[in-house]
Design a protein around this ligand. Sequence first.
Ligand code: DLZ
Length: 158
Amino acid sequence: MSTAHKNLSEFATDDLPDISAKTFAIVVAEWNHEVTEKLFEGAYQTLLQYGAIPENIIRANVPGSYELSYGSQVFAQKENVDAVIALGCVIQGETKHNDYINNAVAHGLTQVSLKYDKPVIFGVLTPNNQQQALDRAGGIHGNKGDEAAITSIKMLKF
Ligand code: DLZ
């Protein structure tokens, strides 16, 4: 186990399914890209670490987290895609925009997952500030991109 996963104590990573023939789509929001790039790197490297092959990992960018639902749907409906990982970072501001976006994405991703009967993973950080985000994107609280990737692998057991 690499040190990248030392904060994944709540995640049992034994008995994961073979993913060498599985295809993953990672949809990445460009807003707060200094954070979402780290989430992507964590998710991508974790998929490779657990046996995915690079050719079977598709990446697509969307402008902001609000667009993650649609972006995820585009891939969830493809027959060859086994799981979708949606990555974003919505930082709380002076207005309630973050609540609206977070709620919309959470509902949107759930709908896509149920409609297309595939794992669609919520890898969206919802911090109060950028430091909290960085702490969770390869910082002191690990990398939520890693966790999102492991969650997608676990869900392929169903
Ligand atoms: C508009 C907006 C704001 C204010 N903040 C964020 C944010 O912190 N994180 C994020 O991913 N996206 C943000 N957006 C953009 C929206 O997600 C969306 O792209 C626009 O409202 C256009 O639909």
